[in-house]
Design a protein. Structure first.
Ligand code: HEM
Lengths: 265, 412
């Protein structure tokens, strides 16, 4: 990738690690709360600054390759953790989020990216940014929902009641579903302009539809009299479908016919 | 409390009956597909498909409203069946998302079951039809009597009902044709995917000019035996500009000079030329061990030979960059005297009467020098209805988002 991505990634990860350490210490020494938050947030701000810088030297939004979208996840996922702590007073989610963000950065460090300025004509569209950003934020929320659900499952297995956790995973899934719906429709409207038809059952579209259906199913099951603690399993697993949609599609036999052949990495 | 398990088919029906029903429906769909020797569903054209859809909608709504309290109808419009159908559609889509959707040898089992064309197969059509019935019933109960608090529900469910039903019932009326026009020529013939014989269009397209812009060329090293770029280098393609340096194994390359548009000149030194004729030249310095040399290499064109530099057993070359933009300046006119001049470009289609024209492609071998343009022509009379559905879903989404955020305050 570029010269100093390694530095930025390491600085961000160090920020998150120190932030985590200080947060844990802050349970005993409340005075550490603020420096802990500043450090954790700092990690995301470094990533955000890097994205802005990278955008300016690329002359195009860094949203094209999977590696580039991972930069955004790394910057945004911890923010969800902070938001959840702020709104629902749930502290633990942010640790998972920072760990997940660090994981994304590590993938990028292990697979240095192409320095490629080109953007194929179909991607040069005003729809490009809203479509991808909406999906990105949606995935971030659903990742957080899935992690929360997993944590709920873990608590259930240890027989601890946890209503608040269940409502957090639910609302994250709900907001994520809203963004998936927007992403899907924006994608369809864009496809009409770029490729002539709004829906062609292209493998990428099919998988996006499948992940949308998974969450649609969840929302209706939640509405119906289904044991909500069992649905935590469902939520935790739905994310697998999203993961396939997100980077698994490239490896499926059906991918050969896809128009969405973005560079892999 | 003692819970007596409900027996299968003992009312009120729920998930098990719904799952069984859905499974039977999907199975019947596959059986039907097989019986029809793999022939998919053929829907009628306008106006018959619109009439069929309207009748279906009226039927579902009147059953929903007329038999509101019938337990069977309730079950048919309920969430358990809805969930099972969502699951069935997801499973069928999963087949479509994993198995390549393409023409295969007729007579094979996948072809007979429609696995390779799952989205126009009988099981899929049946699942969608039942889904529309189920969704329509649940909708009828929230529509009448109308309450403002049901608005979000109505926008989502009616929006999806409209978008899905019109997209599916409208498929036969979707026309997608491709037209090839030569520069300075006119055409009114479009080719479809299905047939070799062209279709005559109600208008003609005259191509004034086709032009293509490229990104800067890429620098790469290749093996003359295979002609392929070295595997480890394809990932490190480097856009050429003055001052670019690259090194591979023990070879260092520096671009000393770069002329994006030039033609060969005297003494092997290229001279700048205009955009139309010029090709890209790069002066590269190649250092391998202690040996060093400078050389002009070029992308070449149909008129000028490509020139690469030899590096040991390999060659260093530059190739025309990937297309950045391509456009066709056209005049479209019909017999009624309607006429439009426009520039077609990817992502910038134009409308002409009820057709939409898209820049699709060009002569890829000739690249920048392509003498023709491929234009895709699309007519989809059902589009406004589908978009209406989309906008309703988006409006429902906004409400849902808003309510979701608001409700969280109560939850904390
Ligand atoms: C299979 C057919 C469907 C049936 C029978 C069905 C039925 C229902 C019912 C009964 C509710 C609860 C409404 C309430 O309590 O006010 C609901 C909620 C909802 N439905 Fe559906 N629905 C179906 C398909 C869909 C589809 C295709 C969409 C998306 C476009 C959708 C989106 C929603 C949303 C967003 C909610 C709100 C969930 C919530 O408030 O938590 N539904 N649906």
């Amino acid at each position: 990738m570029i010269v100093n991505f390694t530095t930025v990634a390491i600085v961000a990860m160090v920020c998150w690690a120190l932030g985590t350490l200080l947060s844990i210490l802050a349970r005993r020494t409340p005075a550490l709360k603020i420096p802990a938050f500043v450090l954790s947030l700092g990690g995301s701000l470094f990533m955000a600054a890097f994205i802005a810088f990278y955008w300016s030297i690329l002359d195009r939004p860094p949203l094209r390759t999977l590696g580039e979208t991972r930069l955004w996840y790394a910057a945004l996922i911890p923010l969800v953790g902070f938001l959840v702590e702020y709104r629902w007073k749930i502290e633990w989610l942010k640790y998972y989020c920072m760990a997940l963000a660090a994981f994304f950065l590590c993938i990028n460090l292990l697979h240095p990216e192409v320095f490629d300025k080109t953007l194929m004509p179909a991607l040069q569209s005003p729809w490009f940014i809203p479509h991808v950003i909406v999906y990105l934020v949606g995935y971030v929320l659903l990742a957080a929902s899935s992690v929360t659900a997993l944590h709920n499952v873990y608590l259930q297995l240890r027989h601890k009641g946890n209503d608040n956790g269940e409502s957090v995973s639910h609302y994250l899934a709900l907001l994520g579903f809203v963004l998936l719906s927007f992403g899907l429709i924006f994608g369809a409207l864009w496809a009409k302009e770029a490729w002539g038809h709004y829906w062609t059952w292209d493998p990428k579209e099919t998988w996006a539809f499948l992940s949308w259906l998974a969450y649609l199913g969840y929302l209706h099951a939640w509405r119906y009299k289904i044991d909500r603690s069992k649905l935590q399993w469902y939520l935790a697993l739905s994310f697998v479908v999203l993961l396939v949609c997100w980077f698994g599609v490239n490896y499926l036999p059906s991918a050969a016919n896809s128009v969405h052949t973005y560079s892999q990495s | 409390m003692v819970v007596v398990p409900r027996r299968l088919f003992q009312p009120p029906w729920e998930f098990r009956e719904a799952a069984l029903f859905t499974a039977v429906a999907v199975f019947a769909g596959f059986a039907f597909q097989y019986a029809a020797s793999g022939q998919g569903v053929a829907l009628p054209h306008l106006p018959f498909n619109a009439i069929a859809l309207a009748l279906f909608a009226v039927f579902v709504l009147s059953v929903g409203l007329g038999f509101k309290n019938n337990p069977m109808v309730k079950w048919f419009g309920g969430i358990p069946l809805g969930l099972c159908l969502i699951f069935a559609i997801a499973l069928l889509s999963l087949i479509g998302g994993v198995v390549p959707q393409e023409a295969i040898k007729p007579g094979s089992l996948s072809a007979l079951l429609g696995i390779n064309q799952i989205f126009s197969s009988w099981p899929f059509a049946l699942a969608i039809l039942l889904f529309l019935a189920n969704l329509g019933l649940s909708l009828s109960w929230k529509l009448v009597p109308f309450k403002l608090k049901n608005l979000q529900f109505i926008l989502f469910h009616a929006g999806f009902w409209i978008a899905l039903s019109c997209a599916i019932f409208g498929t036969p009326d979707l026309q997608r044709l491709v037209m090839k026009v030569d520069e300075g020529q006119e055409s009114n013939l479009g080719y479809s995917m299905e047939s070799e014989t062209p279709q005559k269009l109600p208008f003609s397209v005259f191509l004034h000019n086709f032009s293509l812009e490229e990104y800067p060329p890429q620098l790469f090293l290749y093996d003359p035996q295979s002609g392929q770029p070295l595997e480890e280098l394809t990932k490190t393609t480097t856009l050429v500009h003055k001052g670019v340096k690259a090194s591979w194994k023990n070879v260092d390359v520096e671009v000393l000079d770069f002329l994006p548009y030039a033609l060969p000149g005297k003494n092997g030194v290229p001279e700048p030329a205009d955009h139309k004729a010029g090709i890209s030249f790069a002066k590269v310095k190649i250092s391998s061990g202690s040996a060093q040399r400078e050389e002009w290499i070029t992308t070449g064109s149909p008129m000028v030979d490509t020139k690469d530099a030899q590096v040991g057993a390999l060659y260093l070359g530059i190739r025309a960059g990937t297309p950045k933009a391509f456009r066709s300046e056209v005049t479209v006119h019909d017999d009624n005297g309607q006429q439009t001049m426009a520039t077609l470009e990817v992502n910038h289609p134009i409308n002409f009467t009820d057709w939409k024209l898209y820049q699709m492609g060009y002569d890829q071998k000739a690249g920048r020098w392509s003498q023709f343009s491929l234009i895709e022509l699309i007519r989809d009379p059902w589009l406004p209805a589908v978009y209406l559905g989309f906008f309703m879903i988006m409006a429902g989404n906004i409400l849902f988002f808003w309510n979701g955020i608001k409700r969280t305050e109560g939850a904390s």
